[in-house]
Design a protein around this ligand. Structure first.
Ligand code: UGA
Length: 443
């Protein structure tokens, strides 16, 4: 007889967990989402997503209306309810080092392991240092009242902010890190609707599945820093990095994606993941193998400094008292996430040199304000740009791409623009009397 559909819990309702819980309910499973933060649970029960993600509020509404999705802060209830428990808590960068802080992950696994009294599978989804799953397996063995009836698997997640729903329902691939056939069969049951559409599956050991995630993010970060390193070379030679990227990308083996030059990568994943990977590789005695990730990080950070240089040069060599309109604060468009955001880092550096910085982001102003209360924040692009000496495009929101250079010219004090994301057509601006600068772009 067919196995009854497993009942699912999702522990941690941040970006990853909330999306996973909602999508699993949409796929037809009974889902219980849990968090230690009662405010998040309150919002989600009310049908409100605690962060900006296109399409997710509608999906939450559908999932709640189906009656298949509930939320709780009670971990006894979670332990009792679930057959398969997904653990989606954060692994931030530890204070004062590049290492990952595993405090939340360990707390989530041990909290559940102590309470689960029937056969169940704990599935880690967080991005963790290699070897964490094996260590957690030993930890839960000691705590669990049911011993080896409680199993552990690792199932890394590759969703991008801004595309969270699509990436969850239609992933490029699934990776199961498992230690038994039973664990594999449980994961196959949970992902049956996605596997049924032909999504490739890699079944691996725990360590490989942990490594897939950090290796993928390291590769993406390296690709971005590669083109940004070429931008540095372009700046010294008068070559044009946009044309270079275009020419490179026509080689299928290189590809077009993650080859956009500009201010570089930020957010809650790529920067911290490459640092944690380096740290872990050192511990494992293979630090040399990934020491290049230190260069990847350094290239990325130099882009922020170079953007400030361009703005200073345009302003005449000194930023004191210069009014800069900072367009964008989020680490990328279609997100309100300002963690390690290149845009805000540039705004901060400008401010430290005495510039009068006014930030406008369509979605991230509130989060940015919490992080940097000393910057000025405008309620619209027009308000930010009004009377500016220099306009700096730092996050390539569609609103900024579509802006009319004539309209902006009517608002500013001087027609000076730095395009930190290669998001604008330079000739659109120069033909309207603007001085245009971009990273790796000749002038
Ligand atoms: C990234 C990965 O792309 C996901 O696959 C992964 O699941 C996720 O991290 C994670 O580990 O959770 P995300 O942080 O949402 O996703 O953002 P990306 O779309 O990867 O962009 C990262 C940064 O790189 C942004 O700041 C973006 O502006 C920058 N970027 C991206 C470039 O500077 N150039 C490019 O060509 C592409």
């Amino acid at each position: 007889s067919p196995m009854p559909a497993p009942r699912i819990t999702v522990v941690g309702t941040g970006y990853l967990g909330a999306t996973h819980a909602i999508c699993m309910a949409i796929m037809g499973f009974e889902v219980l989402g849990a968090d230690i933060d009662p405010n998040k649970i309150e919002l989600l029960r009310d049908g409100r997503v605690p962060f900006f993600e296109p399409g997710l509020p509608e999906k939450l509404g559908q999932a709640l209306a189906s009656g298949r999705l509930r939320f709780t802060t009670d971990f006894d209830e979670v332990a009792h309810f679930g057959d398969v428990h997904f653990l989606c808590v954060g692994t931030p960068q530890a204070a004062g080092s590049g290492a990952a802080d595993l405090g939340y992950v360990e707390a989530a696994f041990t909290t559940l392991a102590a309470r689960i009294a029937r056969r169940a599978l704990l599935v880690g989804k967080s991005t963790v240092p290699i070897g964490t799953a094996a260590r957690l397996t030993r930890m839960i063995r000691e705590i669990s009242p049911i011993g080896s009836e409680l199993e552990l698997a690792w199932n890394p997640e590759f969703l991008r902010e801004g595309f969270a729903v699509q990436d969850t329902l239609h992933p490029d691939r699934l990776v199961f890190g498992v230690e038994s056939e039973w664990a594999e069969s449980q994961l196959r049951a949970v992902y049956a609707p996605i596997l049924g559409t032909g999504t490739p599956l890699i079944v691996a050991d725990l360590a490989t599945s942990e490594l897939v995630k950090v290796a993928a993010n390291s590769f993406l970060a390296t690709k971005i820093s590669f083109i940004n390193a070429m931008a540095e070379v372009c700046e010294a030679t008068g070559a044009d990095v946009s044309l270079l990227a275009q020419a490179l990308s026509l080689d299928d083996r290189i590809g077009r994606r993650f080859l956009q030059p500009g201010l570089g990568f930020g957010g809650g994943c790529l920067p911290k993941d490459i640092r944690a990977f380096r740290h872990r590789a050192e511990e494992l005695g293979v630090g040399q193998a990934v020491s290049f990730l230190g260069e990847v990080d350094a290239i990325n950070n130099r882009r922020r400094v170079r953007t400030v240089d361009l703005i200073r040069e345009l302003a005449g060599g000194n930023l004191a008292g210069v009014r800069v309109a900072a367009l964008g604060a989020a680490f990328k468009p279609n997100s309100d996430d300002v963690r390690d955001a290149p845009a805000l880092d540039v705004a901060r550096l400008l401010y430290l040199e005495g510039a009068v910085v006014t930030v406008y982001d369509p979605e991230a102003n509130a989060n940015a304000h919490r992080l940097y209360p000393d910057l000025n924040y405008a309620g619209s692009m027009a308000e930010a740009v009004a009377q500016a000496d220099v306009v700096a495009l730092l996050t390539e929101w569609e609103e900024f791409r579509q802006a009319d250079p004539d309209y902006l010219a009517g608002l500013v004090r001087q027609r000076l623009i730095v395009d930190g994301r290669h998001a604008l057509d330079a000739s659109d601006y120069t033909s309207k009397g603007w001085e245009y600068r971009a990273l790796g772009h000749p002038y």
